[in-house]
Design a protein around this ligand. Structure first.
Ligand code: SAM
Length: 224
């Protein structure tokens, strides 16, 4: 249950300095950067860690609902930062405990994000549990709100039924368009997310399939 979780009233009420101290500008007393990449349901943090050196100028945030898992990722990042202190490594990643299905606009401003990752989300197999899935029409409108035009939603799963569900909902949504297989092949994040996460590695060991679908955030239609 997440009823005792605390949420900021607005993104400006978040203590971002605590998560990314290296990107706090003492001169202006403000953060020099905002989070632009979000890993929704980040699990044990493998994706954050592999994305970190690829996007040194971006702040990357993992969101995870399980307490112990969040604590584990926090410890992992503390150790990585300390082992790579000479090069200020891993200062651009962190994790936040929270329910990504609630209050996302409390954490991110409109059009703030460039990329959102949904890697091996919980499948919720049973029909009556489908409403608990992390991709639904309502939630897609929230994701579209926090994503900027041209931003990308990345999805990957080993569950074909969930893949089809995510594709169907994203395709039906007026603010998302599917990116081509050629695009996927040339995008470095697709390569990274296919191999970086703990769940992805588990699927590899079991020789399971991995289904990828990426969608671009379209411009808002003109108001007439
Ligand atoms: N993305 C990771 C990977 O690929 O290894 C983890 C995949 S795991 C199957 C799904 C994760 O999503 C779990 O760690 C779970 O706790 C988290 N999760 C589920 N619902 C969530 C929610 N509403 N908000 C944040 N995290 C959530």
């Amino acid at each position: 249950s997440d009823h005792q979780l605390e949420y900021p009233v607005s993104p400006d009420d978040m203590d971002w300095q605590k998560l990314y101290p290296h990107f706090f500008d003492v001169g202006t007393n403000r953060m020099s950067k905002q989070v632009t990449i979000a890993d929704i349901g980040c699990g044990f943090g493998g994706l954050l860690i592999d994305l970190s050196p690829e996007f040194p100028e971006n702040l990357i945030l993992g969101m995870e609902i399980r307490v112990q898992v969040t604590n584990y990722v926090e410890d992992r990042i503390i150790a990585l930062r300390s082992n790579n202190a000479a090069i200020n490594g891993y200062q651009n990643i962190n994790v936040l405990r929270g329910n990504s299905m609630k209050f996302l606009p409390n954490f991110f401003h409109k059009a703030q994000l460039e990329k959102m990752f949904f890697c091996f989300p919980d499948p919720h197999f049973k029909q009556r549990k489908h409403k608990a899935r992390i991709i639904t029409n309502t939630l897609l409108s929230e994701y579209a709100y926090v994503l900027k035009e041209g931003g990308v939603v990345y999805t990957i799963t080993d569950v074909l039924d969930l893949h089809e569900w995510m594709v169907k909902h994203l395709e039906e949504h007026p603010l998302f368009d599917r990116l081509s297989k050629d695009w996927e092949q040339s995008d470095k994040c697709v390569q990274i997310m296919t191999h970086a996460t703990e769940e992805g590695k588990k699927v590899e060991r079991k020789k399971g399939d991995k289904y990828v679908a990426c969608f671009v955030r379209l411009p808002n239609p003109p108001i007439v």
